[in-house]
Design a binder for this molecule. Sequence first.
Ligand code: COA
Length: 581
Amino acid sequence: MATDIIMRIAGEGGEGVISSGDFLMQAATRAGMEVVTFKTFPSEIKGGYALSQVRISDNKIHSQGDTFDILVAFNGEAYAINRKELTPGKVMVYDFPGGDFEPEEHKDVYMYPVPMSKIAKFDLQAPIVKNMVALGAVSELFKVPVESLRQSIIDKFIKKGQAVVDKNLEAIEAGARYVRENIKKGDKLVFPSPTPQKNVIIVEGSEAVALGGMVAGCRFFSCYPITPATTIANYMSSMILKANGFVYQAEDEIASIANCLGASFAGVKTMTSTSGPGMDLMSELLGLGSMAELPVVVVNVQRGGPSTGMPTKHDQADLLSTAYNSHGDTPKIILAASNVEENFYLTVDAFNLAERYQMPVFLLSDASLAIRTEAIPVPDISKIKIENRVTYEGQKVAQEKFLRYLNTKSGISPMGIPGSCGASYAATGLEHSEDSGPRTNPETRNMMTEKRWRKLENIEEEYTKIETDEQQGAEVGIIAWGLTASITKEAVQRLRNKGYKVSALYPKMVYPVPVKGIEKFASKVKTVIIPEANYQGQFAQLVKAKTNNVNPVRLNIYRGEPFIPREIEEFTEKYLKKGVN
Ligand code: COA
């Protein structure tokens, strides 16, 4: 029987909730377990409700799960928010006595009080290690591989000094000792048995984007800090110098995309990252990228909007604004990652597509995915295909004069790299002729508009990453993108376990809409459902507008948190039960 445990640690920002979840995640991964994390916190630096959920299994898992099995409550607010989910069979480990609350009775819930604050403050003289006392208690109660836990703590805190490491390890032992001496375990929950660690690396969503950028050959990165995208810049700057690259923090998002376009013009692979408000600022220059045909990768880590909205919260509501964010007829490509591993591989793809088609290519991540940690198989970099732009020099086109915007059959023209003999041209936002000189006559305008769009004519055949999981005879097909796709995978599995036939499609390119793939998929089912974390049903709208007769049923949430699998499962089940047509 597979083990599948969800532990939710909840408390206040500043109490080390997030670190606790990360340590558990690392300890479990080091012990060979499958782990998915979910974290959410307010935009305050200190204070406000913070949650870190760790799901651990000995089988492959795709989502954070529906609820928790074990609640570790650091304070009264955490208890108050989660108490309605304390149903029979569940466990609560909580700060008592000495904490700020005393819970009421919960029938058939296993309640384990541990004086976390008291032990940290009075026994250890270090209130900050309250979270480690809790982890020590939890490791004793649920057989968390304590050696792996200790190692993770050493690795993280050693940069804060040996004294900090020692205090934290002491706190772990103090928590464990308290449980041994004072608590009789009644529940049966234990972590899976350790197995040798798989060939994996523990990576955060935004870190995966940075790693993908480095592998793809990004050597110039410019951005303006914005939650939740800034960590991409942090990771880039920790790596790029070693590859003779450069990170430049610009004065705003307008400057950062302008810097990237300039670097791209100079022949360098380049990327910027931002979130919704920053995307808005970039929109004029993104038009320049399309018009001047400059490769650039733009990562939009979506957050709750509009305006300042909810900077640390999940949303999938920037699809339309990314697709349509520039004036004029602006060709562009948008990819969306559904998990941490895809953040890595799709970033590489985004670079390849940008280089191949010479245009801005976008990667959509989101606030939840950006901070989700996953253990991903170590990528075999030797097998990753890297594409570079076609250059004038490389192609040796037989022509008297270099024509930067040569009207080729594919629409793709060799780029001249400034400084190379005979390759000079003006990368201009003005409409231009093949030689890049300004030209506005109708013939040139038509030719150039059609050339720019022709590059995308066969994009669906040329970028074939679309995950199809079909069942013959299925009446319902679910199409999901971004993080929702990984949650949908679990919902689909559960529905099948109940005996339903359900098909699923997970496009990685969400714009241009992969019309043929979607129409083919939709033709085999009676109803298409598109769950997405936005109010308008943004992908559903695009699918309806672009396809012939595919009119998806929409399932939308917009509360600032990702779906839980049960929501997609129950919604789909209703359709399956009542019979669809
Ligand atoms: N011993 C020593 N240090 C400890 C510790 C322990 N036992 N437990 C935690 N810490 C440290 C952590 O290492 C971290 O410091 P670091 O950043 O130097 O690594 C710090 O205490 C915070 O702990 P952490 O567990 O990471 O977070 P938390 O659960 O306490 O929550 C946040 C704090 C994450 C909510 C908050 O700091 C934050 O970042 N809020 C979002 C801010 C934001 O993005 N706003 C948007 C602006 S638009």
